[in-house]
Design a protein around this ligand. Structure first.
Ligand code: PLP
Length: 490
């Protein structure tokens, strides 16, 4: 091994003095790929330049899916024994792969739940990636965990959770719901003092709940009781009480959690959180609120009152990658009693014992111990950086912008004779139908809008009928853009 390489290692090297990566001979990439040389300097410039270009795009192209055979023809095989070189691999991404990914931050992406990360959040995501922080333990990443915890405290305070509450950022709402429900089951079994150790738990939720609640029940081998949503799509107190009353006492004892949704994904409506919280309290069971999409609007003064009752919850989630302007993948999971979460989730192993023995001020607070995971990226940091940069008032304002566009768009739909509004929106999801259209006509319109790069709006269904749905979470979505989509439906 030439000494020049050894000297380079661990030393701050002037960019101009970087070693030259030999293009041939026995000095292979296997050694050089971990060191910074002239090639990696060039690649760094190209990567950062592309990243900046992407951030500057205003708006980004909507783009769209390609078929497997199209991608095979355009890109072919990229995994080779010798490697393509960074510039070539980057070119393949920028020219072909990136354009086969729909831009969730395009202002006319109104399907599913879009994403709209702030520039500061995206920029800091680059910093985070460059740092590769292991954010599972306080020992290894106290600085990152400290900042993540402040962001979590802000989220917790929006729901009027006590200062003693705590949480962790997990990959998404699906992981957040599962982790909260595992903690709920742990407490139910603990309270049962052995009586429920071999008993299947029951999770009570609504027919409007997100599919991930059912998935969690499946993973936990729990039975699920689905309360029928009312005419407006909500889990009402009456229906919830009735569903629980109809269970026989044995089954009622198996309830380990009631899960309410604050902002259902299809309709955007909020369950009766007060009734759900009171029911849970009466039963002595866990109350979880799935606010993956909707709880972001807790920071909007004009709708905050709709969330009354969330403060009764034992846990709740909200996805910053949805309506809190963070990049994927990020869900804030908050527990009223973090100790229960820790006891449910902490992994024990010889090599991990040291992490439990650290006496670090008030903190034995390892993010790993709060959810169903171990290694984790400090995925809350881009969100933290954005909130720290802009302040919470900017979040209130941005949230209100999206709600205002939703209200104006709702009015346009009401005024359009060819459309019918199906529900008065509570948050920022609007559901409506185009009079006289078949499911095929909806799909054809949706495909055409995407193919022309104009908008991404996919049909959904309500009680089996094909309808349209807008989800507006991007403060850059203007009423003019929504009006253009509405007019294209005539
Ligand atoms: C999106 C969503 C989820 C799932 O979140 P992911 O981040 O996609 O895993 C769960 N619940 C609700 C209400 C959602 O809107």
């Amino acid at each position: 091994m030439p000494t020049s390489r050894v000297r380079h290692r661990g030393k701050k090297t002037m960019v101009t003095n970087l070693p030259q990566h030999p293009s041939s001979g026995n000095e292979s990439d296997g050694y050089w790929m971990h060191y910074h040389d002239q090639d990696s300097e060039k690649l760094a410039e190209a990567v950062v330049e592309y990243a900046l270009e992407r951030i500057r795009l205003d708006p980004p192209p909507l783009d769209g899916p390609k078929t497997l055979s199209q991608l095979q023809a355009l890109v072919g095989n990229t995994i080779t024994p010798e490697g393509l070189g960074g510039l070539k691999a980057l070119e393949i991404f920028t020219k072909h792969l990136s354009h086969a990914c729909i831009s969730v931050d395009h202002p006319s992406f109104l399907s599913f739940v879009p994403g709209a990360p702030t520039e500061s959040a995206v920029l800091f995501d680059l910093v985070l990636s460059a740092s590769n922080i292991y954010a599972g333990s306080w020992l290894e990443s106290s600085g990152a965990v400290y900042a993540e915890n402040q962001a979590l405290q802000w989220v917790a305070s929006l729901a009027n959770f006590p200062a003693s509450s705590a949480g962790v950022f997990v990959s998404g709402g699906t992981a957040g719901n599962l982790s909260a429900l595992i903690a709920a089951r742990w407490r139910w079994r603990q309270n049962g003092k052995g009586a429920y150790d071999r008993v299947r738990p029951v999770i009570v939720t609504s027919s409007g709940a997100h599919s991930s609640v059912g998935l969690a029940a499946n993973a936990m081998d729990a039975d699920i009781v689905k309360v029928k949503a009312d005419a407006k799509g909500r889990m009402s107190g009456v229906n919830l009480r009735q569903a629980i009353a109809e269970l026989d006492p044995q089954d009622r004892n198996r309830i380990c959690a009631i899960v309410a949704t604050s902002g259902t994904t299809n309709l955007g409506v909020i369950d009766d959180l007060v009734a759900a919280g009171e029911q849970a309290r009466e039963l002595g069971t866990w109350f979880h609120v799935d606010g993956a999409y909707g709880a972001a609007a807790l920071c909007a003064p004009s709708v905050k009152h709709l969330f009354v009752g969330i403060e009764l919850a034992d846990s709740f989630i909200v996805d910053p990658h949805k309506w809190l302007f963070g990049p994927f993948d990020c869900c804030a999971l908050i527990y009223r009693d973090p100790d229960t979460a820790r006891r449910a989730h902490t992994q024990r192993a010889e090599y991990l014992e040291v992490l439990q023995q650290q006496e670090l001020g008030d903190a034995l607070a390892n993010p790993s111990d709060m959810a169903h995971h171990l290694s984790r990226r400090a995925r809350g940091l881009p969100f933290w950086f954005s909130v720290a940069t802009h302040g919470t008032e900017a979040y209130e304002e941005a949230m209100e912008i999206t709600l205002q566009v939703t209200r104006e768009a709702t009015q346009l739909i009401k005024n359009a004779p060819f459309l019918e509004l199906l529900l008065e929106p509570e948050l920022s999801i609007i559901i409506f139908k185009r009079n006289g259209w078949t499911p095929e006509q909806y799909q054809a319109w949706s495909d055409k809008m995407l193919n022309e790069g104009r908008a991404f709006v996919v049909p959904t269904t309500l009680n089996g009928e094909t309808i349209l749905r807008f989800c507006i979470i991007n403060p850059r979505t203007t009423i003019e853009e929504v009006a253009e989509i509405i007019n294209s439906l005539e």
